[in-house]
Write a protein that binds this ligand. Sequence first.
Ligand SMILES: *[C@@H]1O[C@H](CO)[C@@H](O)[C@H](O)[C@H]1NC(C)=O
Ligand SMILES: *[C@@H]1O[C@H](CO)[C@@H](O)[C@H](O)[C@H]1NC(C)=O
Ligand SMILES: *[C@@H]1O[C@H](CO)[C@@H](O)[C@H](O)[C@H]1NC(C)=O
Length: 489
Amino acid sequence: MNQDRMESCHDHLKITRLPYIPEKIGDLVSFSIRVGIIICLIASISLAIHSTFAKPDRWFPLPEHLHVIQNVSVITIDTIPTNISHIVFGIAGSSKMWHSRSNYSKLWWNPTACRGFVWFDKKPKNLKPDNMLIPYKISQGWTKFRYLHSASAVRISRIVYESFRLGLPNVRWFVMGDDDTVFFPENLVTVLGKYDHNQLYYIGGNSESVEQDVMHSYDMAFGGGGIAISYALAAKLANIMDSCLHRYYYFYGSDQRIWACVNELGVSLTRERGFHQLDIRGNPYGLLAAHPLAPLVSLHHLDQLNPVFPDQSQISSLKKLISAYEIDPARIVQQSVCYDHRRRWSISISWGYTIQIYTSLLITADLQMPFQTFKTWRSSSDGPFTFNTRWMNPDVCQQPSIFFLDQVSEARTGSVTTYKRYADKDGKKCKRADGEVQRIKVSALKLDPEYWKNVPRRQCCNFMDGGSIKDGSVHIRIRKCRPQETITI
Ligand SMILES: *[C@@H]1O[C@H](CO)[C@@H](O)[C@H](O)[C@H]1NC(C)=O
Ligand SMILES: *[C@@H]1O[C@H](CO)[C@@H](O)[C@H](O)[C@H]1NC(C)=O
Ligand SMILES: *[C@@H]1O[C@H](CO)[C@@H](O)[C@H](O)[C@H]1NC(C)=O
């Protein structure tokens, strides 16, 4: 700044700061008039400001329901984000099956965080502490109902009602599942947290097999995949449940009865793609290797399916999957696709589970489509399913190279997972252009559950170290796509 301009500024300030001093009587009169006008002006401005910002109650009373919204304590209770303590689980158990089925709930039930009960027809014999991780209750009053197919379907359909009647404090959601349902509770909380439990919500998924949806209903939440019912809906259901069960005595399943009663309240299904009834036969591999872009909430029918990981039991497979889930719950089985353009390879990663290497360039629209490694539930047919599937060549040497999760470790802000090449007896004989790669190391930041609150976008990946193979191992990083980035071959 130059000297001249600074001085002129100072001069200006001096002039405006000079007080106004009257010299004659005439001046005094005009001075008082001006002061009067200024006082009036200030008064009218402050009146206007007051009427704009002051509590409107006195002059313009609010309708009654808006007063309730103004109740500060009500607001603070409801704006606390939904957490695991707000959910009451109701697991459909049976005294006969609990000894083997309790192995599934043991995988996911955290006794210090989860609330709820497994509901039995009668107390199972020889209950050991090992089977009693989830507290249990005996269903009451269900034998008085008429039924055509099974009495236990009546019993199970009353679990939400009986759970509601316990009157537990601070409940936002009732979540039902079967004794062979494996829940991923952190993701369940993320999904339910998107919805207002004060509204009438009926959330779940339908069957993967079209024949099942046609026979039962596309609009029904299939019970094994899990049914989430908001507190508000549970309260309404409680009023009609028993009379409703009388009306639908001829229905087949418990989930069908709940669906019929929910329909009487005029409520329809909110579908969430992470609930998996798994009405499929065979190997669920294809589905879990190309999971929809949604958090994994549940898996069901695991007793009837091939183990998720080859060459081990289903229980130890699930333990392995859950070991990755525990490090980064929001990311489990989320798919990323990337290319090594120099070698012309395509890579599909299902985080925490499997990686496929194709020695050709396949478009992402194909790679996100599950391989049909399974049949339909009822008739063991090749479809149709409620999603598109890709044919998988039965000749293993024509299939992509498949890697399965081997090790999981937590890094400072994320994770490092390693995947090992898998080949069965026949697969070992294949001559593969990518045969040198035996292990794949994947690093990723922890996926913030907030990611699921907005429209999710698949994450990108790329090879580290220019794609070099060191001691049979390559390193891939999963990361947010750059704003202009596309997944293009
Ligand atoms: C405000 O909330 C508290 C606590 O829930 C309740 O006791 C009180 O009656 C409410 N007041 C009004 C005006 O609704
Ligand atoms: C869950 O929310 C409740 C309020 O309803 C709060 O008291 C509790 O601390 C929260 N728990 C966790 C684990 O954040
Ligand atoms: C369940 O686990 C127990 C050990 O905790 C084991 O003895 C039993 O064989 C398992 N049952 C099934 C069906 O996996």
